[in-house]
Design a protein around this ligand. Structure first.
Ligand SMILES: O=P(O)(O)OC[C@H]1O[C@](O)(CO)[C@@H](O)[C@@H]1O
Length: 393
């Protein structure tokens, strides 16, 4: 980004800031929710007590030497940050490490009988099984009568707004302002025409870097099903997380749950589900769980194999707030910094579909920013009531 002045990396230590509240309030609330959701034994309760104390008052500790990802995390930053307060290191890093430590506390990485048990699964399942999910699937029947373009646009917006509230957001009751109360513009940037133009050729491969499971993953999958069915893309690669992360982030198990939910639903939803099921079987839809998907680092630092995958794609769609922070760098950018400049390093065309749930923002025009500030002060940045579709071709 030669011509783009850089901006300070966001830390968690500014009093009264949103990042600080996530570290000081949201993380303890998440520990409590997880503790209440499982009949954990004394070892796990002790480990959760220790994590609670450490992440709010203590200093960062490296992973145990025998942890399977000890070396990985040493390279990702524990070597540099051990001994520092959680608040004084990049917020992206400390948040990510919190989830790693939470999994460690409940025995996710084993050995032992809790190995591989997703501590967020009850919340994800409850969302997937909720009647609201059926309500969101029902309009697919009426959508069948629309043109393929109208369907594509509706499903794109379904995927975008599916990101409205991740479970971490809801569990800690921050940002509960409803979208209906949002002042205009709800969509602060809309490059959807450019996005569709990138998928107008033949033989396209679309990478979709997923975010949350449940009511976000379902519309992501519906979008992929439609694009595959219409031959708007030949192949889709769905990037999910190799292990549970940020409460509701999608893993392979969540993809399987979502596909069961779709194929078992009434009406058109089941047809989408079957399209996806057979696309998985013949390789037109692949699922990838790259370790870097759970890295505490910006995508600018991605490893060569992942870079090559994105370089080979016709378009990569990056979903959600956290992925946006990683895509543009978790920095206090001037909101009018061009999106194309901060994503210039990305190895191929890239689109961000995100509802706004943290301070980072780029690519706004000055008028939009001024209108948002006039209406809401700075609340529009974190309330989850605004969204964007930004594309760099
Ligand atoms: O699920 P999403 O859209 O990535 O949102 C997660 C976001 O929630 C937070 O945990 C708090 O807003 C952010 O750190 C993160 O960016």
């Amino acid at each position: 980004m030669p011509d783009t002045p850089t901006a300070p990396v966001i830390l968690g230590n500014e009093p009264g800031s949103f990042p600080r509240s996530v570290l000081a309030e949201r993380h303890p609330a998440i520990i409590q929710q997880v503790r209440d959701a499982f009949p954990y034994g004394p070892d796990q309760h002790r480990a959760l007590d220790a994590l609670l104390k450490n992440c709010t008052e203590g200093a960062i500790e490296p992973l145990p030497l025998d942890a399977p990802d000890h070396d990985q995390w040493a390279a990702w930053g524990t070597d540099s940050y051990a001994g520092h307060s959680w608040y004084d290191v990049p917020w992206l890093w400390s948040e990510s490490y919190f989830y790693r430590q939470l999994l460690g506390a409940v025995g996710y990485f084993g050995p032992g009988s809790w190995q591989g048990i997703d501590p967020f699964r009850p919340f994800k399942r409850a969302e997937l099984d909720a009647p609201e999910t059926d309500e969101e699937l029902a309009p697919l029947d009426a959508l069948a009568a629309k043109s393929p373009e109208d369907r594509a646009n509706s499903l794109l917006h379904g995927s975008l707004w599916g990101n409205r509230a991740d479970l971490g957001f809801r569990l800690s009751a921050v940002g509960t302002e409803s979208a209906a109360q949002a002042p205009v513009p709800a969509l602060v940037a809309d490059d959807s025409e450019l996005l569709w133009s990138l998928l107008s050729g033949t033989g396209a491969t679309l990478c979709l870097v997923a975010d949350n499971a449940g009511r976000e993953l379902i519309p992501d999958l519906l979008l992929l099903a439609h694009l595959l069915d219409q031959r708007r893309i030949e192949r889709a690669v769905l990037h999910i997380k190799p292990h549970p992360y940020y409460v509701s982030d999608a893993t392979t198990a969540d993809v399987v749950d979502a596909l069961h939910r779709l194929t078992g639903a009434p009406g058109a939803a089941a047809t989408y589900g079957r399209t996806l099921w057979s696309a998985m079987a013949d390789g037109r839809l692949a699922v990838r769980a790259h370790p870097f998907s759970c890295a505490p680092l910006p995508y600018a630092d991605m490893p060569a194999d992942l870079r090559a995958e994105f370089a080979a794609a016709t378009l990569t769609i990056v979903k959600g707030d956290l992925n946006y922070r990683r895509l543009v760098g978790d920095r206090a950018w001037d909101p009018t910094t061009p999106f194309a400049d901060v994503t210039a390093y990305f190895p191929g065309p890239v689109a961000a579909l995100r509802t706004l749930k943290s301070d980072v923002i780029t690519g706004l025009d000055a008028r939009t920013e001024a209108a948002l500030v006039a209406a809401e002060g700075q609340r529009w940045r974190t309330g989850g009531t605004h969204a964007l579709i930004q594309v760099r071709a």
